[in-house]
Design a protein around this ligand. Structure first.
Ligand code: PBG
Length: 329
């Protein structure tokens, strides 16, 4: 055998492998999602997401500070209110749980980028992402009145000091309406990170335990995207970009890497991917049984996001990955 091409040459030592490495994962690529609850003291574990907690305001600030200390640049906040109603009033209350959380984190870590998830499902008694009307098992979520509430929510987050608002509701026209509303309220510098291609996914299951946001009837397929559609995802992203999104997100992550790749290639905007709760739960469950090596699989998966073109990775492992990266430096 006389091979002219020997790709293995470049893999023959750790140093050579390092020299030809195309992608690297860095701590500043990571965003940590955090759940703040008006109902818990200190912290309450989320059964389906080992290592993830619903946090009191004080515990939240501690978690945010701990993440910041290891180099995490941004946190993404979800709020669980004590009271829910049919118009999600706690979503846009000036003293709502998310608004208070933003102020508390900013007071402790002014340089940490605070991103708020803008959605109504955690604040609605029925768990849908907008104003809902039920007929039997079916639900219709009214678009335009929901957008009005979402804009109010985004403005209230900006007023509390959020650097980035991240609409995750999938209503039509919400990004444009939010841009206009934010600008009119004097928040022209507030960044919009749009969950532009968000699929109706079974991988959100554990999150709905954490955020107490499972729909009580019907499902989200009337507003979140069909898993079968890639071109439609590009149309959704195009609309959000036109409407003024500064950054876009694809969600879930691992099962949708093709979408990440296409979105990044086509639009070139800062592109985030959400490594969602079900993706977290899968590895945690397998690792707990000794079936997978958690650290190795997680780092490999993070690299896959980077290779697919993601600039930012929203992951429940953010602080842990930052610690691992420090150890291997
Ligand atoms: C709110 C929202 C959801 C997630 C982020 N924002 C749940 C949903 O749409 O039902 C899921 C995140 C995760 O699974 O980690 N609309």
């Amino acid at each position: 055998m006389n091979l002219l091409r020997r790709p293995r040459r470049l893999r023959s030592s750790a140093a050579l492998r390092q020299m030809v490495r195309e992608h690297t994962l860095q701590t500043h690529d990571l965003i940590l999602p955090l759940f703040v609850s008006e109902k818990v003291e200190d912290r309450a574990p989320v059964a389906s997401m080992p290592g993830v907690f619903q946090l009191s305001l004080d515990a939240l600030v501690e978690e945010a500070a701990r993440a910041h200390a290891v180099g995490i640049c941004g946190v993404l906040l979800f709020g669980i209110p004590a009271h829910k109603d049919e118009v999600a009033s706690q979503a846009y209350a000036a003293d709502g749980i998310v608004q208070r959380a933003v102020r508390a984190i900013k007071a402790r870590c002014p340089a940490l980028v605070v991103i708020t998830d803008v959605c109504l499902c955690e604040f609605m008694s029925h768990g849908h992402c907008g104003i809902a009307e039920f007929s039997g098992d079916d639900v219709h979520v009214h678009n335009d009145p929901s957008v009005e509430l979402l804009v109010k929510t985004a403005v209230s987050h900006a007023a509390a000091g959020a650097d980035i608002v991240a609409p995750s509701d999938m209503m039509d026209g919400r990004v444009g309406a939010m841009r206009v509303g934010l600008d009119a309220a004097g928040f022209s510098q507030t960044v919009i990170l749009s969950y532009a291609a968000k699929f109706a996914s079974a991988f959100y299951g554990p999150f709905r335990d954490a955020a107490e946001s499972a729909p009580q009837a019907g499902d989200r397929r009337g507003y979140q995207m069909d898993a079968a559609n890639a071109l439609e995802a590009l149309r959704e992203v195009a609309l959000d970009v036109e409407e003024g999104a500064d950054m876009v997100m694809v969600k879930p992550g691992l099962p949708y890497l093709d979408i990440v790749w296409r979105v990044k290639s086509q639009f070139g905007l800062p592109t985030a991917v959400y490594n969602v709760s079900g993706e977290y739960a899968m590895i945690k469950a397998a690792a707990a049984r000794g079936w997978l090596d958690e650290r190795a699989t997680v780092l490999e998966q993070m690299l896959a996001f980077k290779r697919a073109g993601a600039d930012l990775i929203v992951t429940y492992w953010a602080t842990q990955v930052a610690e691992w990266l420090r150890e291997t430096r």
